[in-house]
Design a protein around this ligand. Structure first.
Ligand code: AMP
Ligand code: FE
Ligand code: FE
Ligand code: ZN
Length: 285
């Protein structure tokens, strides 16, 4: 079984539509794919409708979270959530709030860039994002289009990284609250790329232990942005805390070089995730 539990479509910052994504997943020989757009379930219906025979779809999302230390420092992090009930009121409201925050901060980033002479405007970003959850990759694509940079990656390295003067933070959900919210909606929370260090600061083992105590089910160990030594550390931590280990591509279409199925999850880990869910079942194509 070839299983990839972390992908993005045009419902957030990927470049394949949900229908294109599930078709591509089958073409790449996957048996199971999870659709995990940032802070939205907006791509689910199209993915279900287009699901090819032989492919199983796990409906999920990737939640934007923050860990606040007692000293006041903030570390942003991403929480994958699988098979939660998409009608659970508190959870729906929180995702809507976050998508609103993405709009506000996206506009602020674009205003800062424009004030400094970059040829960008908010309408063009909105057009690139369509109905999707807006993120920095949409601003990055506009910067490529107007010739300021030659790739999305370069836009992040030079202009959109967290310590840039143009960066504005979103109003992310406190991570222990998010873990509890996913569980309350019958979903299964897995910490996405916990040690993807080039994206900024990462949380300590103590924070991961607190997340586990709050109901975290797993850690994403095999991910393109995690070094071998960090994966080894995560394997140790998962064993110690009784967490499931996953592996996934974090596919974003042409926004990133990685292919669907480039990293994969063991069938036993996948079965453990499905067994813990009480919100939804996988959709079998
Ligand atoms: P945002 O959610 O708006 O804060 O933007 C974060 C998203 O940007 C991540 O989900 C990735 O898809 C993308 N991203 C972050 N760093 C890079 C990078 N170096 N190159 C390409 N995409 C990136
Ligand atoms: Fe993304
Ligand atoms: Fe992520
Ligand atoms: Zn992701």
């Amino acid at each position: 079984m070839r299983i990839d539990l972390h992908t993005h479509s045009t419902a957030s910052d990927g470049t394949d539509s949900p229908a294109e994504l599930v078709r591509a997943a089958r073409t790449e020989g996957l048996d199971v794919v999870a659709l995990t757009d940032h802070d939205t379930t907006g791509g689910w219906a199209e993915a279900v409708a287009a699901l090819p025979t032989g492919l199983t779809l796990l409906r999920g999302a990737e939640l934007s979270c923050v860990s606040l230390s007692p000293t006041g420092s903030r570390v942003t992090l991403h929480l994958l959530a699988y098979l939660f009930d998409p009608t659970e009121a508190a959870f729906v409201a929180e995702q809507r709030r976050l998508r609103g925050s993405r709009l506000d901060r996206g506009r602020q980033i674009v205003e800062r860039l424009a004030a400094d002479g970059y040829p960008v405007d908010w309408d063009a970003v909105r057009e690139l994002a369509g109905d999707g959850s807006v993120g920095r990759p949409h601003i990055a694509r506009l910067l490529v289009r107007v010739g300021v940079v030659s790739s999305v990656g370069e836009a992040f390295e030079r202009i959109l990284h967290p310590s840039s003067p143009y960066y504005v933070a979103k109003q992310d959900t406190e991570v222990l609250t998010a873990v509890r919210m996913v569980r309350a909606a019958g979903g299964v929370p897995v910490f996405a790329h916990p040690l993807a260090r080039h994206r900024g600061r990462v949380v300590s083992d103590e924070v991961i232990a607190e997340m586990a105590a709050a109901g975290l089910a797993g850690l994403e160990v095999d991910h393109p942005d995690q070094a071998p030594a960090d994966r080894a550390q995560l394997r140790g931590l998962a064993a110690e805390l009784g967490l499931v280990m996953t592996g996934s591509s974090d596919y974003h279409g042409v926004n990133k070089a990685v292919r669907l199925g480039a990293q994969r999850t063991d069938p036993a880990a996948y079965e453990a995730i499905v067994a813990r869910a009480s919100g939804l079942a996988p959709v079998v194509g």
